[in-house]
Design a protein around this ligand. Sequence first.
Ligand SMILES: [Zn+2]
Length: 243
Amino acid sequence: MNKTLQALVKLQDVDTSIQEIQRKIYVFPETMKQLDKLLAENEQKVEALKTSIEEQEKLRRVKEREVEMQNEHIRRYQGQLLQVKTNKEYSALLLEIKTLKSKNSLIEDDILELMESIERAKHSLGISQKDLERNRVRIQQEKEIQEKSLTEIQNTLEKEQQRRKILAEDVDAGALREYTKLLNLRNGVAISAVEEDGVCTGCHVALTPQMFAEIKTGNYLHRCPICFRFLYWANSENQQEDM
Ligand SMILES: [Zn+2]
């Protein structure tokens, strides 16, 4: 294979690897942020349940005091029943007692509903707290794994960049300039393989039979007429080893 073409194929290989590593490094902060967010959501859920339970218990106490107060009134009225002189007064007191009792009955229904709701919330809280503890451990482990892998990735990046530097030194200066330009313009891919169908894999344009035949020989430094990427015969990678 043409020496420059061969060097460009190798360069693209290392550049693709560098791009992949850089992508991983780029998403790292977002990955960590997502993990923190997941934990924060869990904590918020637990806090919300705790607050809801507290509020409902407060309301329950208020309603219980209300019932107690009305019971006190009822007892007082019942005491007065023994002292009234007229039937009219007697009936009025009875009505008062009856009204208070039915009010209490409604409040007691509310209290029962509140107690059931508190029980349900406590049950959910128990589940959420277990989830939180489990997730806290899991997320911590996941963050440690991510941090360790970032260190490894950064080490690999340094090695790959070193490898690229050495490879680039071997490439003809003009071709390297063109290659670098294309790398920036064409989404990080400056050289396209041509497969059996005679199509540029970069932009899928069909090449002329003449061009295809020449590319197959590996002796030409052809560029795609549409995307301008350098072109090489996909199956020549095996031949590369022999050269
Ligand atoms: Zn193309």
